[in-house]
Write a new protein. Sequence first.
Length: 228
Amino acid sequence: MPPHLIDGQPHGHDHGRPRRRREPGEALRIGIGGPVGSGKTALVAALCRQLRDELSVAVLTNDIYTTEDADFLRRHAVLPDERITAVQTGGCPHTAIRDDITANLDAIDDLVAGNPPLDLILVESGGDNLTATFSTGLIDVQIFVIDVAGGDKVPRKGGPGVTYSDLLVINKTDLAEQVHADLEIMRTDAERVREGRPTAMISLNDDPAATDVLSWVRRQLAEVAVVG
């Protein structure tokens, strides 16, 4: 894909940067980002419900001023309380998940120390726009969630989250007719801008298990198990 322009000058991103070096036996860390209201926390809850009986799972959420997402997960008892923690970023979520990840790393250390051993840590970002990405020093792979209520133009708008995440999730497909969004346009635009990277189109109302996303997560876990 050609570079985009900033102040009329070509600008690109280093998308071939190395992955985080995992220690043997270390939990897989999956970042889940996306705009406010796209369904990130509901997706995290669905994954926890499906995986909690077979794996040791923990969740770290990032909110600007509250612990609302973590509180939602606790209220719905998707995991024991001690397996859910929150970082209050105090500002743009980019800072805590990409620019200065210290608070998230400290929170992960606490989760690991309090719940040994862990197989999977889901790191949810605070809601943001299409530019939200995770530092590779924080997570191993990234899911980016958008929803059809934003309109069928969203995938072709691109942005690092849409274009370069390891998995793009187009959520709330059951609302497409009500918001006049064309799912086929969203699918083909996503395929075009993502250049072969996978996309899952889901509705948690129709499929509470988020089967396609769950299958992708299982594949990531299987690859980790093979590598060690």
